[in-house]
Structures are given as C-alpha cells and as structure tokens.
Design a protein around this ligand. Structure first.
Ligand code: HH2
Length: 256
C-alpha cells in the first residue's frame, strides 16, 4: 500500500503532493514501483495534528480520486474517518476505506457495506491531538486485539465483507508498545482477517540510534516491514514503495 498524502502538513511528506498534478504523478510513480493499493489521505493524523473540515478534506482528495479512478492499475483506498468523505470517494471510484479510528463512527460501516467496499479497521485511542497521553495498557496486544475483534464483528453484522485489521503502530502507543505489537503480531492471526501494518518513517524508529531524523528512517522502515510480514502482515503501508518491494521480496522468498 503506497501512501499518497494530499496534505500540507503530513509528518514526512506534507506539502509535496498537496496539489492535483504532483499527487497524480506520485500515484503513477508508486504504482510503477509496485504498489497495488494507493492510500489517499487529506488529513494528517500525526501526533498533535489539528483536524480539518469535511469540505476541506474533500477539496483535497476528491479530485485525486476522480483523476485516478479507472486510469490506474491499483485499488484506491481513502484514508479518512469521516463517513461523508468516504462516501464521496467511493462514489468517485475508491474501493477501500482506511479508517484510523477503527469505525468509531458506526455510519462508516454502513457506507462501506452500501458500496461493497473493503475496510481497514485500525486501533487508536483519543485523537491525534491527545493520543500520546493515552498509552496506559495492562497488555497492549490483548487490548488492541479485543478492540479490533469487536469492531470487525460489528462491521460484519452491518454487511462489510472485506475487513483488514491494523494494530495502529504509533497511534496511542509508546515506542516499546509499537515494537511489542510487531513482535507479537502473530497473535492477531486468529482474528481471521488480513493484517496491515504502517511503520513507515514513524517516530518509534527514532528511539533507535541513527534514526532520529525523518530522512534516516528508511532502513528501519524496511526492517519493521519485513518483521511485520514474517509475523503475518499481508499489507504494509509505506512511503518508499520501490525499496519496500525489494525488502519484502526477501521475506516472501523466505516464507516460501
Ligand atoms: N498511519 C498513518 C496514517 N494512516 N493508516 C493505517 N491503516 N495504519 C497506519 O499505521 C497509518 C494510517 C500516519 O502516517 P502518514 O500518512 O505518513 O502521516 P500523516 O498522518 O501525518 O499524514
């Protein structure tokens, strides 16, 4: 899953693809590099990010979905927690909703079901503005798993057929908790859904030597991606698709 942030303020690529033409160019580049899903986002969810209005988010993402739908060889995913944004993008040709709030708004599952769209249910707590203060868990894996299980059951009952689960690396997680989720990702297998992880360039890597700066996190991203796939992830959400493809080819070859 290649990341396409149509935002002025995303933590690692904010502003680079904020206009239609560079965003569309980047989409084709990511697919050429090997992305089979494009995740289009119009609101940054980095820690401390301010929310944007529905209108502004749609103004950013809808033209990109419209420009790509039917023209690009990849599934289009819309990274939003707002049902109206998801609905408009599905109408325009997107096929997947990536909801970082894990269907907290129950209308989201109905929107997905009505369009036959796939849904990514991600675990987080609070909002990007508050999540770094909400990291107390007795067992992070058990609590994240219970949430994902509950939300998947609810979504299935509403008629969502394709459900992908994501523990939400860096979302209301300390760095050790993010590492623990990766280490124990195999424990999510019995939920019976494909697993997605999003380690790309994230600040949990910055706790390791030499990765403090954003630009120095590629190798760490690749290592985390390979570990995630070896633990059962089948989708990895990344900025650096070409490099990740190569790293994951090794993981796939080892897995056989
Ligand atoms: N991480 C980010 C955004 N969306 N979706 C899923 N399913 N999983 C993730 O781990 C995830 C996500 C944050 O990364 P990014 O899009 O690079 O930054 P920003 O939120 O600042 O736009």
């Amino acid at each position: 899953m290649g990341i396409l942030n149509v935002t002025p303020d995303s933590f690692s690529d904010g502003g680079r693809f904020a206009h239609l033409e560079p965003a569309v160019e980047q989409a084709f580049r990511l697919v050429e590099e090997g992305a089979s899903i494009l995740d289009i986002g119009g609101e940054s969810t980095r820690p401390g990010a301010a929310p944007v209005s529905e209108e502004e988010e749609l103004r950013r993402v809808l033209p990109v979905v419209e420009a790509l739908a039917g023209r690009i060889h990849a599934r289009l995913s819309i990274d939003t927690y707002k049902p109206a944004v998801a609905e408009a993008c599905l109408r325009a040709g997107a096929e997947m909703i990536n909801d970082v709030t894990g269907l907290r708004d129950a209308r989201m599952a109905s929107v997905a079901a009505a369009h036959g769209a796939a849904v990514v249910i991600m675990h987080m707590r609070g909002t990007p503005a508050t999540m770094n203060q909400e990291t107390a868990y007795s067992d992070v894996v058990a609590e994240v798993k219970a949430f994902l299980s509950r939300q998947a059951t609810a979504a299935r009952a509403i008629g969502v057929d394709e459900i992908i689960l994501d523990p939400g690396i860096g979302f209301a997680k300390t760095a050790p908790q993010s590492f623990e989720l990766l280490r124990r990702l195999g424990e999510f297998a019995d939920l019976g859904c494909p697993l997605l992880i999003g380690p790309s360039r994230k600040s949990f890597l910055a706790t390791l030597p030499g990765m403090e700066k954003l630009g120095d996190r590629l190798e760490g991203t690749l290592a985390a991606s390979v570990i995630g796939v070896m633990q059962g992830a089948s989708i990895v959400r990344v900025h650096d698709v070409k490099e990740c493809r190569k790293a994951l080819a090794v993981a796939d070859a080892v897995k056989g």
